[in-house]
Design a protein around this ligand. Structure first.
Ligand code: BT5
Length: 335
């Protein structure tokens, strides 16, 4: 009902709608309308109240909520259920908890801030309040545990496409999980899974995107390597820089991922192989790693050579300087 009130106000943006009209049209008391208006205000909507004229919604900072993201989103699996929080320690940690309790395939967990955002291998992820997208998606794919990397590639493609669509710039993807603009890391992906030997019980795709950060929103130690869409899309002269709609980017990622996930989630092996190949091919179009000289740290060993390709399941193939050809499943690559 609260959102029915919101929709009436949205349909009359900038104009007053009387409490009486709202109460009559929605079949609730005027006190209930007043209560919903207060709840909407506390969510961040800018609503003027006048005892004579009623209520008027005006343009204000973007409000994100499960409703705003999910309303009209035409996905079949991904983002059908959205859990939204002002703050969490880590959306991945929360997503793993609810996944273990049996939440629906495709459930998305979104927080405005993370107090203990996680990178890979115990590293941290800086997650400033309302500046970025801190989101985890629970999936229950039919693929074998050793094919998991394809889901990280799929997620990075979904992010890259969303950035292209919303910001009109073409990002690069650094193997395996960094989305870059102007050589700055604007997005990182942390894939965690819970599996048995032969099947995945669930996986959690954690996506962190720096959207509307100014440089001072990053801890000093990150300012050389991290960038935000706002900082990296503005060009040299654009001042003040443009802020992007986090809501639209989230919706775009959910829609892209929904399509890729449903294509991949087939028990037909031939169809799977075909889809996986298409994902790898698409990933390569964004890659800033293939064809470049790389150093890869793997289990304490350093491999130096040229990244020549990735395998069907997302391993990086390196033609090493010592003449060997190596496949790297995970690790750090510096270009
Ligand atoms: C990643 O790890 O890039 C994966 C990051 C995943 C974050 C998302 S946010 C939603 C979900 N919930 C979580 O708790 N996590 C996921 P890695 O490749 O290990 O990179 C981590 C390194 O990136 C850190 O050690 C820093 O050097 C750097 N870093 C930290 N915060 C950053 C930021 N906001 N932007 C760019 N780089 C950052």
């Amino acid at each position: 009902m609260k959102y029915k009130v919101l929709n009436k106000l949205k349909a009359n943006m900038g104009l007053y709608v009387s409490g009486e009209a709202l109460s009559e049209q929605l079949g609730v008391s005027r006190t209930a309308v007043w209560k919903y208006i207060n709840e909407l205000k506390s969510q961040g909507y800018i609503i003027e109240s006048s005892s004579k004229k009623g209520y008027s919604l005006s343009e204000g900072p973007e409000v994100i909520s499960a409703y705003e993201i999910g309303h009209g989103l035409e996905t079949q699996v991904v983002g059908k259920d959205i859990k939204y929080f002002n703050e969490l320690d880590s959306t991945n940690t929360y997503a793993k908890l609810i996944a273990a309790e049996g939440c629906a395939d495709g459930t998305a967990v979104i927080a405005e801030a993370q107090t203990a955002g996680k990178g890979r291998l115990g590293r941290g992820w800086s997650s400033a309040h309302k500046k970025g997208i801190w989101m985890s998606i629970v999936l229950r794919p039919l693929i074998a545990p050793e094919e998991i990397q394809i889901m990280t590639l799929a997620a990075s493609i979904a992010v890259a496409k969303a950035i292209e669509q919303e910001c009109h710039v073409r990002p690069g993807i650094k193997w395996p999980n960094d989305v870059l603009l102007e050589s700055k890391k604007v997005c990182g992906i942390l894939t965690e899974m819970n599996c048995e030997i032969e099947r995945i019980n669930f996986l959690v795709l954690g996506i962190g995107i720096n959207v509307n950060h100014d440089m001072e929103d990053f801890p000093e130690a990150l300012r050389e390597i991290a960038g935000s869409l706002k900082e990296c899309c503005g060009g040299e002269v654009a001042e003040p820089k443009k802020e992007f709609s986090r809501k639209n980017i989230i919706r775009c990622i959910l829609a892209e991922l929904d399509v890729i996930y449903r294509r991949l989630n087939t028990e037909n092996e031939e169809a799977y192989a075909d889809e996986a190949k298409q994902i790898v091919d698409e990933w390569k179009k964004y890659s800033v790693t293939i064809g470049r000289r790389v150093k890869a740290a793997m289990k304490g060993q350093e491999l130096v050579g040229v990244a020549t390709d990735i395998t069907r399941d997302g391993r990086l193939i390196i033609a090493c300087e010592d003449g060997s050809i190596r496949e790297v499943m995970s690790g750090e690559v510096s270009v």
